[in-house]
Design a binder for this molecule. Structure first.
Ligand code: MN
Length: 253
């Protein structure tokens, strides 16, 4: 099995080493192509207005001066001599739960894989101030292979992918694995911090704290809150099918 690894925290991120450790338990044919710098929050963006550079560090190890999506495109079109059987993206430092998904470069790299018809899985390690003090990625490292194994021969429908989040707990305290739907949390009250730069000009910095969580039953957010690993199958079709008919009536009746 040929595996492509990427992420949005950047080629040198600690979680990327964890991902490679997990991937090597399944295959020796592991390729690495990730953004050279952190790209958290890049979503599914493509670099269109300036060139990107490809850096090679070793056989099968590359970085791209661009986004996670750029990295996957470069890997599939330029870097690899044949398509991978599996794309793994992560392990992200921090949650990709609920409405994080559309902002997430980690998930978007997997989306790019799904668009190319390749089995793609995003992995993220939720952390708290307390859990970040120890081995932040302990749960992902210990449980990653167990969660991935059944997903490697589960059929994925076209244009679908899987999003995995590990709870901020030591491995022995992880309660198990839940297959759950995407939850909801409210970013609308996320803070924008204003400051002044050294030359006295105003700047704004988007903060991500004080997010309102809605712990609906059966969601990824609830699973993490209960100490479970959250596994969520995602689809690329964002159409709200239930609205199609009612909206058409507004236009055609
Ligand atoms: Mn990230």
């Amino acid at each position: 099995m040929r595996i492509l690894l990427t992420n949005d925290d950047g080629y040198h991120a600690p979680g990327f080493e964890v991902l490679e450790e997990i991937a090597r338990q399944f295959s020796d044919d592991v390729w690495v192509c990730a953004p050279s710098e952190e790209q958290s929050g890049a979503g599914h963006s493509l670099t269109l207005n300036h060139p990107v550079r490809l850096q090679q560090f070793a056989e099968r190890r590359f970085a791209v001066t661009g986004t996670p999506t750029d990295s996957v495109m470069m890997a599939l079109r330029e870097v690899m001599d044949g398509p991978p059987d599996l794309i793994l993206s992560g392990v992200n430092r921090g949650a990709n739960l609920g409405d994080d998904i559309t902002y997430s470069g980690t998930v978007s790299a997997a989306i790019e894989g799904a668009l190319a018809g390749i089995r793609a899985i995003a992995l993220s390690q939720v952390y708290t101030r307390e859990s970040a003090g120890g081995d932040l990625f302990a749960a992902a490292r210990a449980w990653g292979p167990k969660v991935l194994k059944p997903l490697l021969d589960t059929p994925f429908d076209d244009r679908t992918l899987v999003n995995i989040n590990f709870p901020p707990r030591v491995p022995d305290d992880v309660q198990g694995i839940r297959i759950v739907r995407q939850g909801f949390h409210d970013y609308s009250r996320g803070s924008i911090v204003e400051g002044k730069d050294p030359r006295g000009h105003r700047y704004f910095w988007f903060g991500l704290h004080a997010i309102e969580h809605t712990l609906d039953h059966g969601t990824d957010l609830e699973a993490i809150d209960d100490g479970y690993i959250a596994v969520t199958p995602l689809q690329l079709d964002l159409t709200h099918h239930a609205s199609l008919e009612a909206m058409a009536k507004r236009f055609h009746d």
